[in-house]
Design a protein around this ligand. Structure first.
Ligand code: PLP
Length: 413
């Protein structure tokens, strides 16, 4: 079979219906950025937005901005926009805190929503913060909670009458494997359990239909496929049917039904606002809004189509140009169960990734042996995929990864 050429990739780019989105993003010259699954790139308009929020809204309007520039409704306004990306209704999503903190709030709330049940089930190898937060919650609540860590394919059978909550990441951060959200949600519900989905690698990456699958709770990052910037605030979702009874433990004043009445006693807000804790990170949320606006305006069916095409192209190129170099595929080959990334396994993964990064081909490495490549259809081109695999093949054939400079472990990989 003949190998796909660079010219063929250029021709694919010419026919790409999403190609006009690239101009909304600031990409450094001569860089192939395949790490939008970890930190999305900067929307061009983010710079102007930061300047405006810092100079005018903060600098000139000062505290009046809570009303005049509507800072007070920023978490909800942004949540409503994100709800359109993840198949929820307005009033079911809000922007707040970090993904980790939101997981704590909602997992603790779920235990109370499902009284008389003790088990929280999750999978080993889930993103570390998800495991750590659940361990922390278990330690905090003692015998009220039993944490069951069970291989994902065995979870449907492990859910029982004592299960309060199942916590799963929809698209796995290492392998990119995508779970069947509809099936897993109904299996949890059949046993009376609630389910909480971590959408960090899904929101803006793959179609998500929280309402259609009847999901209970969800959380996710703002700085990956939503392009909200480093440390952007996160989002959370609570299905309408749970909102009036949901009690979350971080009962701060922003979740109060009337924060500025300055009352001594906590009274939760009636809707999704009860999941808020303290003051919104206004600058962070304002920048996130720029990324969300671009994403909310794009066609998710087209994004998914291009994401699959890019990932399939990457796999085919690696198979044809990198054969014999010791890579194995860590991600599903079947696009139907794969998110928007492809991971390769190689025992020298760290050094190989450093050698790629030295050539401005940016992916990342996850210990002990995974190289991750993320596909972000709004700003990546097919030719970027070709250039990435071409560089990978060169690094392997020349063994340039085998140099001391690429073996020095950095704090962040
Ligand atoms: C699945 C998943 N959950 C949570 C997080 C991170 O959460 P936080 O923003 O609180 O650091 C990540 C970060 O990569 C992630 O991949």
């Amino acid at each position: 079979m003949s190998k796909i050429t660079r010219q063929q990739c250029i021709e694919m780019d010419l026919k790409d219906p999403l190609s006009s989105y690239r101009k909304h993003f600031s990409l450094p010259e001569n860089t192939c950025y395949l790490n939008g699954n970890s930190l999305g790139v900067r929307p061009i308009a983010a710079k102007q937005r930061v300047q405006d929020v810092v100079e005018r809204e903060w600098g000139e309007d000062l505290i009046r901005s809570w009303n005049t520039n509507d800072w007070i409704h920023l978490p909800r306004r942004l949540g409503d926009k994100i709800s359109t990306i993840i198949g929820a209704q307005a009033g079911e999503v809000i922007v707040a805190d970090s993904t980790s903190v939101n997981l704590f709030k909602l997992a603790a709330a779920a235990i109370k929503l499902n009284p008389g049940r003790r088990k929280i089930i999750t999978e080993p190898g889930n993103f570390p913060t998800d495991l750590y937060i659940l361990q922390g919650l278990k330690n905090f609540l003692g015998d009220q909670v039993e944490l069951v860590v069970c291989p994902v394919d065995e979870i449907p059978d492990a859910i029982d009458e004592d299960t309060a909550l199942v916590v799963l990441t929809h698209v796995h951060y290492k392998t990119g494997r995508m779970l069947d959200m509809s099936d897993m949600t109904s299996r949890a519900h059949n046993k009376g359990a609630l389910i909480l989905w971590d959408l960090s690698h899904s929101a803006g990456a793959v179609p998500v239909k929280l309402n259609d699958v009847n999901a209970d709770l969800a959380i996710g990052c703002g700085y990956k496929y939503l392009n909200g910037g480093p440390g952007a605030p996160a989002f959370l979702y609570v299905a309408k049917r749970h909102q009036s009874t949901l009690e979350q433990p971080l009962s701060g004043w922003f979740g109060h039904s009337n924060a500025f009445a300055m009352l001594d006693d906590y009274q939760p807000a009636p809707g999704i606002e009860r999941t808020l804790c303290g003051t919104t990170s206004v600058i962070g949320a304002s920048v996130l809004e720029v990324g969300v606006d671009i994403m909310a305006n794009a066609d998710m069916a087209q994004i998914r189509k291009k994401s699959i095409a890019m990932a399939d192209l990457f796999i085919e190129l690696v198979e044809s140009y990198c054969d014999g170099f010791g890579f194995t595929l860590a991600s599903p080959k079947d696009a139907a169960i794969r998110g928007s990334q492809v991971s390769l396994i190689h025992p020298q993964g760290f050094a190989i990734m450093q050698a790629l990064i030295a050539r401005n081909i940016i992916g990342d490495y996850r210990a002990p042996d995974i190289l991750r490549f993320g596909f972000t259809p709004l700003y990546l081109r097919y030719v970027d995929i070709w250039d990435c695999v071409d560089a990978l093949a060169n690094i392997m054939s020349e063994e340039s990864w085998n140099s001391e400079e690429f073996k020095k472990l950095t704090r962040v990989t």
